[in-house]
Design a protein around this ligand. Structure first.
Ligand code: SF4
Ligand code: SF4
Length: 190
């Protein structure tokens, strides 16, 4: 009996275009709702939350000394072997000890952004930062070196994130770069 009942209901629904009207209703609803599209990168830029795992950063202490002591624990912890650390002696005060990294590279093509390396670092020299714009034109650019990773970060570690910032274009030695104006941010409305 219920089989016949379902059949009749199905026939009535088809005759009245019920599914079509349901779909149209959803489409019309979105037509009149506010757009949540981000105008990236020309006008707006997303600032990820603090917990974001983006490109690695190598950090310094308050006195400007490198925190990395080239212990290689990050390289050992990495499941994809994408970190290379070569230690060297340095008594010029560049680092917090007289052992610093001569070479520190990460291959971001092989990186899973799992954060194991960050967890293994005993001096908090290594953090996964908030840079998510990692596309490159040349494959060699996927190897990020110590020099690049030690550079000042666009978004300071203390910034909470999770907001949209006004984008600004700035001319650098490497070409035009889009930077986020942290003075002009807004929450994303969903
Ligand atoms: S985030 Fe994971 S995969 Fe990437 S370098 Fe660190 S340990 Fe390796
Ligand atoms: S980044 Fe941290 S774990 Fe990796 S070599 Fe330097 S001090 Fe050791």
């Amino acid at each position: 009996m219920s089989g016949i009942g379902d059949c009749i209901i199905g026939f009535v629904k088809k005759a009245l275009f019920a599914d079509f009207i349901k779909g149209l209703n959803i489409t019309l609803k979105y037509n009149f709702s506010k757009s949540i599209t981000l105008r990236y990168p020309d006008d707006e830029k997303w600032i990820p939350h603090k917990r974001w795992r983006g490109l690695h950063t190598l950090n310094k202490d308050d006195k400007g000394r490198e925190l990395c002591v080239a212990c290689e624990l990050c390289a050992r912890a990495c499941p994809t072997n994408c970190i290379t650390v070569v230690p060297m002696e340095d008594d010029t005060g560049k680092g917090i000890t007289d052992r610093i990294a001569k070479i520190w590279t990460v291959d971001i093509v092989r990186c899973l952004f799992c954060g194991y390396c960050e967890d293994a670092c005993p001096t908090r020299a290594l953090r996964l930062g908030r840079d998510y714009e990692l596309s490159v034109i040349d494959i060699k650019g996927t190897f990020k070196t110590k020099k690049e990773l030690l550079q000042q970060k666009d978004i300071p570690e203390g910034v909470e994130g999770g907001v949209i910032a006004k984008a600004r274009f700035v001319r650098t030695d490497d070409g035009i770069k889009v930077v986020a104006d942290l003075g002009q941010t807004k929450k994303r409305k969903l």
